[in-house]
Design a protein around this ligand. Structure first.
Ligand code: SF4
Ligand code: SF4
Length: 150
């Protein structure tokens, strides 16, 4: 699955480069967060251990690595591909699963913090929940097998 999702040629260059370590906030501040180690394992076909690692979920998707990358490819793509694979295999951290379940049900990732009231801030705008739920249900229907089709 990773071979079809990732460009291994570009990842090979990434594994030898490492320029992003100085701009990636997770590399700079989270001990053990090491996308190049992940990429090397992907290339060697030994990436399974990362599927249960918290590190693949610590990529902030901030795109800093892609912005400075000479090939516009590397760290973020590898981390995203592993998260997708982990989800497909049902290995999802509880917090992520809760967040997704809430989003699918309500169109929101969380409720506004009570701190807003305490600080005297106005209520945030509505979440367009009804429109979201309608779109979500249309999307789900579109993925159901059609009658008469195999
Ligand atoms: S993402 Fe690009 S700049 Fe960063 S380490 Fe990989 S190849 Fe180098
Ligand atoms: S997108 Fe992920 S890997 Fe890239 S710089 Fe941000 S945190 Fe680091």
């Amino acid at each position: 699955m990773l071979e079809t999702r990732l460009n291994f040629k570009l990842l090979e260059m990434c594994a030898d480069c490492g320029a992003c370590y100085n701009v990636c906030p997770s590399c700079l501040h989270i001990e053990g967060y090491d996308p190049r180690a992940v990429i090397r394992d992907i290339l060697a076909g030994t990436h399974e251990r990362w599927l249960t690692s918290k590190h693949i979920w610590q990529c902030l998707e901030c795109h800093h690595c892609l912005e400075i990358c000479f090939q516009h490819y590397g760290f973020e793509n590898a981390m995203t591909a592993l998260r997708t694979l982990a989800i497909k295999k049902g290995i999802t951290p509880t917090q992520v699963k809760k967040g997704w379940d809430m989003f699918a049900k309500s169109g929101r990732l969380g409720e506004p913090s009570p701190m807003r009231k305490r600080l005297g801030l106005p209520e945030p705008p509505g979440s367009a929940k009804e429109e979201f739920l309608k779109l979500h249900s249309l999307y789900r229907e579109s993925r159901l097998p059609r009658k008469g089709k195999v």
